[in-house]
Write a protein that binds this ligand. Structure first.
Ligand code: FDA
Length: 576
């Protein structure tokens, strides 16, 4: 009676991750895109550690790494009047600086990578298909109707024009920023679309001689440009021969002049070499959005990715957040389809992901506005004042001192965009799939929440990453011993009552990990430092790596451990 368990519309980062996860969990999934293939332009690049952790859990981290620009090539961001001009400032980005690298290495088993969408999407979709997902290219989603038992969607085969229906238990709308499905459902959207305009010119040019000694994927060029960033952008797509040049334009003004000769001139000025060989491959325009849905679901239909949070690329959060939406939803769909959880579990998707989407939209837009400080120092908006201000930065007098101090503060602020480790990894969930101890005090942030990761085992937080050692002496992250579609009970050698409870329950989706056993030794004592529970206490970790429940103290005996664990599972999964 069902053609598939879940129909996914969209093969972008959200849809492709959802299809990959569902196929991995053994759930029937069809995924449709209106195009003949996957992303054909670079779009999102930055793949942060949390997104990589998701790919690691789904077993495709190595393949994603193989097509990426490596972390070590990402970090030196130059602020200069041209790529060849004098450097006004340099910022070590994406955690690559000597002052931040250890935070990033401590926070995750994964690196940060730069993976343009045309390289990332095939990894996701090809693996999804290999694991059983049915991928439908040239297939346009038209509409759906849902009832008590399922969803009937109308699709059109764009090669033949043939319209047909697909009956599924659930529908995932990952159909991007102009989502038909969000509109159909009437999901409430707040904020504004089309706040500002940006031109992106893609080009090829061998610029290795200008950047190989200071490898960085993004540079801010101080040629006056319209808009809140007020600077031009040079962005490496593939080091160091494939690039994007970007600049703002006035949505309310005349059409930007995008004649090839004008664009070529601009690119050469940004590079600072009038003779450099440049081949323009594409010139497009896109608009800056600041909009988010306050609900992501309606009945059996769920939406994720840009469909529900629409924001500019600043802070590099677009595809990362989309991947994490999908990962949050996929295990819940799988558990409900397999009969392991009550459908009420699906009601936790929206409360867990809506606050993240809202925050990401605010952060990405704030990152643009924060260029205001820099514009004040270097006067990017008109060439006369820009030149005067750049001269001032070299003035030995008191005005020069003040200008240089202002420059330091302005560049320092950009850490909130480019070294925002906390923004990327400190997500906290609140829902009925997270059992908070009502007597526990509120989490206190010991350092800036946006800049620094805070490791905690509080319910609603991701289990902290530390390295454990297996019987062969190899390192395994705490994230490697949880997840993979299962709930995990994590305890220590003294917590045998919890391990006994897991054996007694004998559930197909529940395993135990006893830290201290030969395959999971805490040789560095790092788990001891971060676990925040007694050795005989317990964590119940969800398939997505988030802590669902913890019992800080030991259980009194095997019977109490069994009773408490059963009660927690029932509360989270809604089954008795
Ligand atoms: P995404 O938009 O990727 O995918 C939507 C999918 O839905 C596509 O497969 C499409 O075919 C399908 N679809 C839509 N309607 C359909 C229908 N009716 N029937 C069938 N299929 C349908 N982000 C970032 O973090 N850094 C960056 O540098 C950039 N740069 C950038 C540049 C440009 C030009 C764009 C357009 C976007 C960016 N982004 C970005 C944003 C980033 O690309 C975006 O956040 C993710 O692609 C969102 O992934 P989704 O899976 O949600 O949608």
């Amino acid at each position: 009676m069902f053609d598939t368990d879940v129909l996914v519309v969209g093969t972008g980062p959200a849809g492709a991750t959802c299809a990959l996860a569902l196929a991995t969990y053994g759930i029937g999934v069809r995924v449709a895109t209106r195009w003949n293939w996957l992303a054909n332009s670079p779009r999102a690049h930055i793949t942060n550690q949390r997104a990589l952790e998701v790919l690691r859990d789904l077993g495709v981290e190595e393949q994603a790494t193989a097509v990426a620009t490596q972390w070590s090539s990402m970090g030196e961001m130059v602020f200069a009047p041209s790529l060849t001009g004098p450097e006004i400032a340099r910022l070590r980005t994406w955690g690559t600086g000597e002052n931040r690298l250890s935070d990033y290495l401590q926070g995750s088993p994964c690196p940060l990578l730069d993976i343009p969408q045309p390289y990332l999407e095939p990894v996701l979709v090809e693996n999804a298909a290999a694991r059983g997902a049915q991928v439908m290219f040239n297939t346009e989603y038209l509409s759906h109707r849902q009832d008590d038992t399922g969803v009937t969607s109308v699709l059109r085969d764009l090669l033949t024009g043939h319209e047909y229906t697909v009956r599924s238990r659930y529908l995932f709308g990952a159909d991007g920023a102009r989502s038909t499905i969000v509109d159909e459902l009437g999901l409430p959207i707040e904020g504004t679309m089309g706040r500002a305009g940006t031109v992106y010119a893609r080009f090829t040019a061998d610029l290795a001689r200008y950047v190989a000694h200071r490898p960085g994927i993004l540079h801010r060029i101080m040629i006056p440009a319209f808009g809140e960033i007020g600077l031009n952008t040079l962005r490496a797509v593939r080091p160091w021969h494939e690039w994007i040049a970007g600049w703002g334009y006035d949505l309310d003004g005349p059409e930007p002049d995008l004649r090839p000769a004008v664009v070529l001139d601009r690119i050469r000025s940004m590079i600072g070499d009038p003779n450099v060989e440049v081949t323009i491959t594409d010139v497009t325009r896109w608009q800056v959005n600041q909009a988010w849905a306050t609900r992501y679901d309606e009945g059996r239909v769920f939406c994720g990715g840009d469909a529900v949070h629409r924001h500019p690329p600043s802070s590099g959060l677009g595809s990362n957040t989309s991947i994490q939406d999908a990962f949050n939803l996929a295990w819940k769909l799988a558990y409900v389809v397999k009969g392991w959880a009550d459908p009420g579990l699906l009601d936790t998707y929206s409360p867990e992901r809506v606050p993240i989407g809202k925050q990401v939209v605010a952060r990405a837009n704030q990152s643009r506005m924060d260029y205001g400080l820099l514009n004040e120092v270097i006067g990017s908006h008109d060439s006369g004042s820009a030149q005067a201000r750049l001269r001032l930065l070299e003035d030995p007098g008191p005005d020069g001192v003040a200008a240089r101090e202002a420059l330091v503060a302005a560049v320092e602020r950009k850490n909130e965009e480019f070294n925002a480790h906390g923004t990327e990894l400190n997500q906290r969930y609140e829902s009925t799939a997270v059992l908070v101890d009502p007597n526990a005090p509120q989490e206190q942030w010991s350092r800036d929440r946006g800049l620094y990761v805070q490791a905690t085992t509080r319910p609603g937080a991701k289990i902290p990453h530390v390295w454990l050692i297996d019987e062969t002496g190899h390192k395994r992250s705490t994230l490697d011993v949880v997840g993979k579609g299962s709930f995990t009970v994590v305890t220590g050698l003294a917590g045998h009552a919890w391990a006994a409870a897991v054996r007694k329950l004998a559930l197909p989706f529940l395993r135990s990990v006893v830290v201290g056993e030969p395959q999971t030794r805490d040789s560095y004592h790092d788990w001891f430092r971060v676990r925040e529970i007694a050795e005989a206490g317990v964590l119940l970790v969800r398939p997505d790596g988030y802590v669902a429940w913890r019992h800080v103290r030991p259980a009194q005996d095997d019977a109490e451990a069994l009773m408490l664990l059963e009660r927690a599972l029932t509360a989270v999964l809604g089954q008795s």
